[in-house]
Write a protein that binds this ligand. Structure first.
Ligand code: DON
Length: 319
């Protein structure tokens, strides 16, 4: 009788092997011409389209960086995951399940139809409606306190002080009529839990926080390490909340492009219309890529390809 148990699943590739894979991905996709900067937030149209950076943070805290890794881009919808984690810690994961729900919409990230078709809840915390509702769930007595809680939490995750990119914030705040409409509709049906304009404004601010690829990977690292930050060793999420976060990312992280991402890459991930994407390899690492041109769903074309390349190389598809 032979019995062999493979420990390979728990092993991490060497730093050199990860760096080589990231360099290969960068070289392979840097000239990719598909996609276009988002321009419904005017400041995003001005970000140089050729920027392309990749960073990996492993579950033991190693950092790998390739390409344009010093550029601070706005987190945009990547922020939605972190605020959801904060609210889960403050009010319990069930509060998200009950007040927002955890179903994919199959519709664009800023869909108004999506909040009209069901019971009035926002469907999930990763579309705009759900993210604005998540912000409204934070226990706060003032808009300043609501924002400070988010900002302090993001800084703790990053391990350093992050700054709002004021030009991006002002540009979105001047043009976010659609999000204000969504917040008002949710409030009207009892599915938003503070003043709708306050929730929209604080949400807009969190979307405008600037990060480098490595800072974003650092922020997401507890999700690849059972809720514990691999560098600060601080627990950000209860161990049983991590799979819940990853399940929502799998269903809704790419909006109406979530199915094809799961099909091709098979990793829970979240995108932002600024061009950033972070993907979680559970128990192993966070893979981040950033490049501004996005596809029809608002997801960075080069970043998707780079992450898929690295994930394929190490056979990290979770399905
Ligand atoms: O609310 C918005 O439209 C933006 N601040 C964020 C949207 C976004 O990042 C969509 N994702 N890819």
């Amino acid at each position: 009788i032979g019995l062999s148990i493979s420990l390979a699943a728990d092993e991490l590739p060497t730093k050199e092997a990860l760096k080589k894979a990231a360099e290969e991905a960068h070289a392979k996709f840097k000239d990719e011409k598909e996609g276009k900067n988002a321009d419904y937030i005017p400041a995003l149209a001005k970000v140089p389209s050729e920027l392309f950076g990749i960073a990996i943070v492993t579950a033991d805290g190693e950092v790998i960086e390739v390409g344009d890794v010093d550029y601070s881009f706005s987190m945009q919808s990547c922020s939605k995951v972190f605020t959801m984690c904060m609210v889960m810690e403050e009010s319990g994961a069930e509060a998200i399940f009950e007040k927002i729900n955890v179903e994919p919409t199959g519709m664009p990230f800023n869909s108004i139809k999506a909040i009209e078709h069901g019971d009035g809840r926002a469907d999930n915390p990763l579309v705009n409606a759900g993210a604005i509702a998540t912000v409204s769930m934070i226990k706060a007595d003032s808009p300043e306190q609501r924002w400070k809680k988010i900002s302090d939490y993001y800084n703790l995750l990053a391990g350093e002080e992050l700054k709002v990119l004021e030009d991006v914030y002002v540009s979105e705040a001047e043009t976010n009529f659609r999000n204000r409409g969504i917040a008002n509709v949710l409030f009207n049906s009892g599915n938003l839990f503070c003043d709708p304009l306050e929730a929209t404004d604080v949400y807009t601010r969190q979307c405008s926080v600037g990060v480098t690829t490595a800072q974003l990977a650092m922020m997401a690292s507890p999700l690849a390490n059972d809720g514990v930050h691999p560098v600060s060793k601080k627990t950000f999420l209860k161990e049983d909340e991590v799979p819940k976060v990853l399940s929502i990312m799998t269903m809704a992280g790419f909006y109406d492009g979530a199915g094809q991402w799961a099909w091709k890459t098979g990793l829970p991930a979240k995108t932002g219309v600024g061009g950033g994407i972070f993907a979680i390899v559970p128990g192993k690492m966070v893979i981040v890529a950033f490049s501004p041109p996005v596809d029809q769903y608002g997801n960075s074309v080069r970043a998707q390809k780079a992450i898929q390349y690295i994930a394929d190389k190490f056979e990290y598809n979770i399905f």
